[in-house]
Design a protein around this ligand. Structure first.
Ligand code: EZ4
Ligand code: CO
Length: 409
């Protein structure tokens, strides 16, 4: 399958930069001069993926036919013998995105056209609202609703805990990886379970039911606790409750689902269809949250989302600032083409990010729009600008219970 024509891969480069936060971006160029971009950012473990791409994949890609996307995916997935895992799959995801970008540019079409064409006019996006108090959180949601969002995620500081996941610091937008060594956050299940129903009740009391309300549990409850919380929240008609239990135990969701009608979302840390298989085929979840950057690129995500559609599970792709605008574009192109789009998380980006990534998708009144006439994924990366923002080591926090023992973050 070695190519010889203009679509042959002649150059593979990895761009590591920190315009506001760290990103790992793959650049593939063909003999004919087409350039494709892929996102390989794995928050807090960026350099491992950069090395996987530089030291192990680039030699395998040089000389290959860039048009054979599916076969190259299989080559990189089956080839190393050691399958799956976030580092390997982020690397494969980046290659796959870059190849789809090239495929689109070669065809003169946006990627969503190659995936079957436009299935909707725009994508409902949801941002993060947060507050140190319930009052602040309600005000933060109001601001998002005024901007036109039809869906909002809410997180607020749990009274009695020194820190809580998902809350902005000062005037800065919330950014999970912000210290050069892991920050230590604190956790108490009783304090959290006491607080969240009060937060959600206050939001619905004050702002009503005319918008979609989401909350992220961030993998911290047991299945029994999660089932209890889901039941407590039923009167407030959530759009979803996210990541209630640690995600590796798929069967845990059978217990949660059996007890509550609050819709469940999970999958942002998944990296293959095998992580979702039982959850989807048993209808234990309502939304699958894999990101194109972490779950095998467009080729593999299409399979996950098609499987999900068979079982009435809709998409809710992970869209934090640590999925770069290239990975976000890949999520968006899929969202436009699939029948079972649910919602797209859109956390937003630090200002400097736009100096490096020129994205053509647009956020208009809380919804994502895309052009018909921009070929490929529609994000161009300015490598010279990227060089002005060198990598800085940043870790996600860790989480300890009040007795000092480790909990899930
Ligand atoms: O903690 O992206 O739903 N969004 C999230 C994110 C994740 C970070 C981890 O890198 O849970 O804030
Ligand atoms: Co989440």
């Amino acid at each position: 399958m070695t190519g010889g024509g203009s679509r042959t891969i002649r150059e593979v480069d990895v761009v590591v930069s920190a315009p506001g936060r760290n990103y790992v971006t793959l650049r593939i160029e063909t003999v004919g001069g087409l350039v494709g971009w892929g996102d390989a950012t794995l928050n807090g473990r960026e350099l491992a993926v950069a090395s996987y791409l530089r030291d192990h994949l680039s030699a395998l890609l040089l000389g290959k036919d860039s048009a054979r996307i599916g076969d190259l995916w299989q080559y990189l997935y089956r080839g190393p013998y050691w399958r799956r895992g976030p580092v390997t799959m982020a690397a494969i995801s980046a290659v796959d995105q870059a190849l789809w970008d090239i495929q689109g540019k070669a065809a003169g079409m946006p990627v969503f056209q190659l995936l079957g064409g436009r299935a909707r006019e725009r994508l409902m996006a949801y941002p993060h609202a947060s507050g140190h108090t319930v009052e602040d959180a309600v005000a933060s949601i109001s601001t998002k609703l005024e901007q036109g969002y039809a869906a909002v995620r809410v997180q607020a500081s749990v009274p009695g805990l020194a820190s809580t996941y998902g809350i902005h610091v000062g005037d800065e937008a919330y950014e999970p990886a912000h210290t050069d060594l892991p920050d230590e956050e604190s956790w108490s299940t009783p304090l959290y379970l006491d607080f969240v129903p009060k937060l959600i009740a206050a939001v619905r009391d004050q702002l009503g039911y005319g918008f979609n309300l989401l909350h992220d549990g961030h993998h911290r409850l047991t299945p029994t606790e999660a089932a209890w919380l889901g039941k407590e929240l039923e009167p407030y008609r959530m759009f979803w409750l996210e990541d209630v239990t640690p995600a590796e135990d798929q069967a845990a969701f059978s217990l949660i689902k059996a007890h509550t009608t609050t819709p469940l979302a999970v999958g942002e840390v998944f990296n293959s269809i095998w992580d979702c298989q039982q959850l989807i085929t048993n209808r234990w979840i309502d939304y699958i949250r894999c990101a194109t950057t972490h779950a095998g690129g467009i080729t593999h995500m299409k399979r996950i989302l098609d499987l999900a559609d068979l079982y009435g599970v809709r998409s809710g792709c992970h869209g934090p600032s640590d999925v770069s605008p290239v990975g976000m574009a890949a999520n968006i192109h899929l969202g436009f083409a699939i029948p079972n789009f649910g919602v797209q998380e859109f956390m937003g980006y630090p200002e400097e990010t736009a100096e490096v990534f020129r994205a053509s998708y647009r956020l208009v009144e809380g919804h994502l729009e895309i052009d018909e006439d921009v070929p490929g994924l529609g994000v161009e990366v300015d490598v010279e600008a990227a060089a002005r923002f060198p990598y800085e080591r940043k870790y996600l926090p860790v989480n300890r219970r009040l007795d000092g023992s480790m909990h899930d973050w």
